[in-house]
Design a protein around this ligand. Structure first.
Ligand code: CA
Length: 426
């Protein structure tokens, strides 16, 4: 793999070699949020690089001094490819010395990750979450309806999704408050308002839409691929007891509205090229508008670690994006097919990713089979669902011989529920 002169960029097992170059937003003690690229254990300050004239004439139009990469995403594939080539040239060992041989410039533009605080990498225009993992749909359906009726008749034809709240998407490191909500136990006379008792994670893969569509327009799957900028790790925190009572007939609402965490760095399609794979075997032929002219799936490992307040981390999930049934461009093509206007900064969640074995199940509801079988933690203790003070960290990467592309960390810690309703203003 190509080597870089930047500290930490050639570390075995590192997430951010020069072949990655993911985009995000960061701030430092002395300066507000602006765009950057992760390289080794540094952040390359794209606003400073633009001001120094090192990113070419067009960089002034790309909005790198703003708190979101939206303007750069909207600039389109030619701009993305040009900047990737230029950054590679600036940061690779065998590239131009323009930055490398200028210590003052390096000091200003290459910031230690320890000194950088991450923010949401893009302004989230809309957030839609799908249900594109076949094994997750099978497991959830089996737990709720029994194995004979696990998959609904539409599942193998439609990428099923719902419109979530863009306002609830947060960057890694943001604490999540356990939600209050209406639940109804099977043997209870009526509903009650409680702090969620079945708080869960969902290990997902998030696609970021770069190019907008007009209302009434649609996209082929091949066009949809070109409209995507890149991908993030995503934890769609879920309140199972609230979900169970509220979701018939219109689907999730409050059970999914208290927080969805994404990783801070958007890994581009270009960086993930070596990990592209073909579609899984189909249960039935898909309608022509969902046909794929190329390989749009990925071979990426995703893991989740749970760390209780005692600090002892346990790996609870190890799964892979190849377990998805619908690809990201299929999700986008389906989203746009009725004429829905798609925007720069739309986030499309894959849905929970689960494989065939228990360790690959991407949420606690599946791992504990609806709360029946506790999950043993590595250092003692067990969980069926999350407790206050628990942290969950997602990681993800693609790995080939000597070539690794990582996503960084997607982490959140559970705070106790509010003790009363009302007078909650801060
Ligand atoms: Ca979800």
């Amino acid at each position: 793999m190509q080597r870089s002169w930047v500290a930490g960029a050639n570390a075995p097992g590192g997430d951010f070699p020069v072949a990655n170059l993911p985009y995000g937003v960061f701030s430092t003690a002395g300066s507000g949020p602006r765009c950057g690229v992760a390289i080794g254990d540094r952040v390359l300050d794209l606003a400073a690089m633009t001001e120094a004239g090192l990113l070419g004439r067009d960089a002034g139009e790309w909005g790198f001094h703003e708190a979101g990469i939206n303007r750069f995403m909207a600039a389109g594939p030619a701009a993305w490819a040009w900047l990737r080539r230029r950054l590679t040239d600036l940061l690779a060992e065998d590239g131009t010395p323009e930055l490398r041989d200028d210590p003052a410039r390096c000091e200003q533009a290459l910031i230690s990750m320890d000194d950088a605080r991450n923010h949401l990498p893009f302004r989230v225009a809309g957030y839609t979450d799908f249900y594109a993992g076949r094994q997750h749909a099978l497991n959830s359906g089996s737990i709720l309806r029994g194995p004979a009726n696990a998959l609904t008749p539409n599942w193998s034809h439609i990428p099923i999704g719902y419109n979530g709240r863009a306002s609830t998407v947060v960057v890694s490191g943001t604490p999540l408050r356990r939600p209050m909500g209406q639940v109804r136990d099977d043997d209870a006379d009526g509903p009650e308002m409680v702090a969620c008792r079945r708080l869960d994670i969902e290990v997902e893969f998030g696609a970021v839409v770069a190019l907008p569509t007009e209302m009434g327009q649609n996209l082929s799957v091949a066009e949809a691929w070109e409209h995507l900028f890149g991908f993030v790790l995503m934890n769609d925190w879920s309140a199972r007891d609230i979900q169970r009572w509220e979701s018939v007939p219109l689907g999730p609402f409050q059970a999914k509205a208290f927080g969805t965490t994404i990783s801070p760095w958007v890994v581009t399609r270009a960086a993930l090229e070596p990990f592209r794979r073909g579609a899984p075997e189909r249960d039935n032929p898909l309608l022509p508008y969902l046909h794929e002219p190329a390989d749009y799936f990925f071979d990426l490992t995703l893991e989740a670690h749970l760390t209780p307040s005692n600090g002892n981390a346990s790996r609870i999930v190890s799964t892979n994006t190849r377990h998805l049934y619908y690809s990201a461009p299929q999700l986008l093509a389906h989203h746009a097919v009725g004429g829905c206007r798609m925007e720069t900064g739309d986030l499309l969640g894959s849905g929970t990713i689960s494989g065939p074995e228990r360790q690959t199940f991407g949420c606690l509801m599946e791992q504990s089979w609806g709360g029946r079988d506790p999950i043993r933690l590595e250092q003692g203790g067990s969980r069926t669902f999350l407790e206050d003070g628990d942290s969950v960290t997602l990681t993800g990467w693609g790995q080939l011989e000597g070539h690794r592309i990582g996503f960084g960390r997607c982490e959140g810690t559970i705070l106790p529920a509010l003790q009363q309703i009302g007078s909650g203003k801060r």
